[in-house]
Design a protein around this ligand. Structure first.
Ligand code: NZQ
Ligand code: ZN
Length: 401
């Protein structure tokens, strides 16, 4: 087991009606005047925002609101939020939504005490060090931002989508009420589950040796997701299945599924190859849902790299799908690995996720622009399971056409 650090300062308030505790829980943190950030209307339509407002009013927490965050959030609204938060002298930022809203809230929280432009954190010109306290009411389990050390923001003018990492990005409070997710469309539910599986796989295939305790957490989470996901696609108001998916999304990305598997003790496990490749898709085409992009990219990446360590794929196939090679030959191992990848992709497809890039209307001509910006965000080479060059990246995109 590799050396590691694991820091999870988030208080999780999980369960039915947790949403109505938002005000009292923020008051416990000493917050009196918060910026409430939300998306393009789902929380207005479902009544979640009204419940949060009522709860904040009851606790005597003053509110300034900023709505309109789009999926694959853009830095323009973050800049607006920074100005607004400064003008209103807020003492905390509360996200009511999913990964896009939480990441916008995180970026605003870091932008407020910073003198320069907030994009500096994403272009790696500046290192985020201090921020206003961040809290969230989660409405879609997917990105794991409610507990993660990441923040991902797009910059349309540069066609870039970039993440920045650090424990400072972990929220202080996550209100997790599975009933709030009953209204999710099947496509968003499925994309969320796919993203969770991808977060687990990025860490599982991290180019390091097996760590049974962590690997069992990882594969157990995927098995739980495979059980619960079809249930909620069939019955969107199944509380237990929704609750299991919601908690799995947090554990998939708070780093507990990667402890002891990192090449660098102080950073997260994995080379995040599929995420790197997907982020270019949603940077250039913001209408692509992150999880749906991963449903196409991750199996393509797996088929391209598995030979770097077949044993890792064999243990994954055994523990997730019960797949064993027929005998001890290389041919049987190859067959078992390829069946494993097919089964994983089949699971995503069974939930309604796409399998090819043409589902997004993308073709050969769309690949080169992706490589151009991938080079900016990742450099000439990236990856941990197997180092990828820009030629490798091009080949993976092509294999997904
Ligand atoms: O905008 P509204 O109207 O609220 O609708 C949203 C949005 O269209 C809708 N939605 C959310 N809760 C709902 C709901 N609809 C009905 N009922 C509800 N209860 O769902 C849509 C997607 O929301 P979004 O926040 O974009 O989803 P997600 O949580 O998947 O976040 C995706 C973003 O997170 C980034 C992704 O790249 C992408 O930008 N990621 C962030 C990470 C992190 N910070 O740790 C890690 C991830 O790997 C990922 O990169
Ligand atoms: Zn993701």
């Amino acid at each position: 087991m590799r050396d590691f650090e694991f820091f999870s300062p988030t208080r999780f308030v999980f369960g039915r009606k947790a949403c109505d505790q938002t005000g009292s829980r923020l008051a416990e943190l000493g917050l009196k005047n918060v910026l409430v950030v939300y998306g393009r209307g789902s929380v207005v339509k479902t009544g979640t925002l009204d419940r949060v407002r009522a709860s904040l009013a009851e606790a005597g927490v003053a509110v300034t609101e900023l709505g309109g965050v789009r999926p694959n959030p853009e830095v323009g609204l973050v800049r607006e939020g920074v100005d607004l938060a400064r003008a209103k002298r807020v003492d905390g930022v509360l996200a009511v939504g999913g990964g896009s809203v939480i990441d916008t809230a995180k970026a605003i929280a870091f932008g407020v005490p910073y003198d320069g432009d907030v994009w500096d954190f994403f272009s790696k010109k500046a290192k985020p060090e201090q921020a206003l306290p961040i809290a969230c009411v989660l409405t879609i389990p997917a990105a794991g931002s409610e507990a993660s050390s990441s923040c991902v923001i797009s910059n349309d003018a540069l066609s870039l989508k970039a993440g920045t990492n650090g424990d400072v990005f972990r929220p202080r409070l996550a209100i997790m009420d599975p009933e709030l997710t009953f209204t999710l469309p099947a496509y968003q539910t499925a994309a969320g589950v796919t993203d969770m599986v991808a977060h687990i796989c990025e860490r599982y295939f991290s180019g390091t040796e097996a760590v049974p305790v962590t690997d069992n957490i990882a594969t157990g989470l995927i098995r739980a997701l495979m059980e619960a996901a079809p249930v909620v696609i069939e019955n969107p108001t199944d509380y237990d299945a929704r609750a299991n998916i919601m908690w799995a999304g947090t554990l998939a990305h708070n780093d507990i599924a990667g402890c002891g598997r990192s090449l660098v003790p102080t950073s997260r496990a994995g080379g995040w190859e599929s995420h790197g490749l997907e982020h270019e898709l949603s940077a250039h085409h913001p209408e692509i849902t992150h999880g749906a992009g991963l449903a196409v990219i991750m199996p393509a990446w797996m088929r391209y790299v598995w030979r770097a360590d077949p044993s890792r794929f064999l243990s994954f196939g055994r523990d997730v799908f019960g797949i064993e090679p027929a005998d001890a030959t290389d041919a049987a191992a190859e067959q078992a690995v390829l069946r494993t990848i097919d089964r994983l992709q089949g699971f995503f497809a069974s939930l309604g996720m796409p399998t090819k890039l043409d589902a997004f209307g993308l073709g050969e001509d769309d690949i080169e622009p992706l490589i151009g910006t991938l080079r900016i965000t990742k450099g000439e080479k990236f990856g941990a399971f197997r180092t990828l060059t820009m030629d490798d990246a091009r080949a993976i995109y092509r294999s997904a056409l």
